[in-house]
Design a protein around this ligand. Structure first.
Ligand SMILES: Cc1cc2nc3c(=O)[nH]c(=O)nc-3n(C[C@H](O)[C@H](O)[C@H](O)COP(=O)(O)OP(=O)(O)OC[C@H]3O[C@@H](n4cnc5c(N)ncnc54)[C@H](O)[C@@H]3O)c2cc1C
Length: 312
């Protein structure tokens, strides 16, 4: 079995989610290669060769790939596909954007959000907002899958000695163009990989209250700040802070939910947290069904008290 992992890069280099995809790929095949596409990749490639478990790095270093546009990356994946049994990417916004396009071009039915690998063609994936796990089999031939990065430990950054193979560009298909990118600048850790996450819901009431209430506590805990979709939709919190089925799926050591009702779509994104703490004024709130520790209380009382206690 040979497996190709599609690398995801950002302004900080190779994303940790890609190393999780490499670990998942290692469960599938003896030979795992990485497709690294982008522009001016010398630094990233020289680090990536040390990642444990990689055979080759297929390096496509060209201006057409600089913006990570799915339209330009898909033909590159298609060009390499014949050499592989399985193509894997992390189930991030990037992976969910690029891989279905490649799958459509290759006429392959892809399997998304894999959480467990049973065999070379058999995978477990959550359905109904994580309330059920389905075991599915991909048909014979090429399998294309995205894997949930939070459930596969990232491959070690050291210990490997991959060989770099340079690829020619497949060119600009000129179907899309990156006009502008807004990068959220934050002192907080990244939501997807943070060890501690605190989150707030609609009950925070306003953007100002959301920030002024949660930010001081997050700073003390070194936590990332998450939000429910209701909080995001009402403009209290940025889009990229949404936790859940249609947001980011997280697996922190500690998750504290303040004024979050615990809708199935939210809970689907926090199930892998090691400890869930919920603070809610409603003792019947569904979040208490999944919480390890629950406190029936007003968040506007609890958060200042907790912050003060942490200061002491
Ligand atoms: C297709 C689809 C996908 C979705 N995807 C997501 C997703 O990815 N993530 C997500 O979060 N949601 C998602 N949703 C929305 C989800 O169904 C809920 O509507 C949402 O999670 C509710 O957000 P909330 O808990 O902030 O609000 P509410 O459900 O309104 O709950 C507010 C809670 O705050 C409590 N409260 C009020 N005041 C206080 C106080 N002072 N102190 C303490 N507690 C207080 C209340 O008791 C209540 O439990 C999705 C919905 C659909 C249909």
């Amino acid at each position: 079995m040979s497996v190709l992992v599609i690398a995801e890069i950002d302004q900080n280099g190779l994303r940790a989610a890609t190393r999780s995809a490499i670990s998942a790929a290692a469960q599938l095949g003896q030979s795992v290669d990485l497709l690294l596409a982008g522009h001016e990749l010398e630094g990233i490639a020289s680090k990536a060769i040390s990642i444990k478990g990689l055979g080759k790095i297929l390096l496509a270093d060209s201006a057409e790939y600089a913006a990570g546009l799915a339209e330009n990356l898909a033909p590159l994946i298609v060009q390499q596909a014949a050499q592989y049994d399985t193509i894997v990417a992390a189930a991030t916004s990037f992976g969910k954007n690029v891989l279905p396009r490649a799958a459509a071009l290759l006429d392959v039915a892809m399997v998304s959000e894999v959480t467990q690998i049973i065999g070379p063609r058999t995978f477990v994936r959550p359905i109904y907002a994580g309330n059920l796990n389905a075991t599915v089999s991909a048909p014979e031939g090429l399998a294309i899958i995205t894997v949930r990065p939070t459930v596969f430990e990232a491959a070690a950054e050291e210990g490997g000695a991959a060989q770099i193979v340079h690829l020619n560009t497949t060119g600009d298909v000129a179907m899309s163009k990156l006009l502008h990118r807004d990068l959220a600048v934050s002192d907080r850790p990244e939501l997807a990989t943070a060890k501690t996450v605190i989150s707030g819901g609609r009950s925070l009431g306003s953007k100002e209250a959301f920030q002024s209430t949660l930010e001081p506590l997050a700073a003390k805990l070194g936590a990332a700040i998450g939000a429910t979709r209701a909080a995001v939709d009402s403009g209290m919190a940025p889009n990229d802070s949404q936790v859940g089925q249609t947001g980011t799926v997280i697996a922190p050591d500690l998750y504290i939910a303040f004024g979050v009702s615990g809708a199935a779509q939210h809970v689907g994104g926090i199930k892998d947290a090691k400890i869930i703490v919920a603070v809610n004024i409603d003792p019947e709130a569904p979040i208490f069904q999944v919480a390890n520790y629950g406190l029936v209380a007003d968040l506007f009382t609890v958060i200042p008290e907790l912050s003060a206690a942490l200061k002491a």
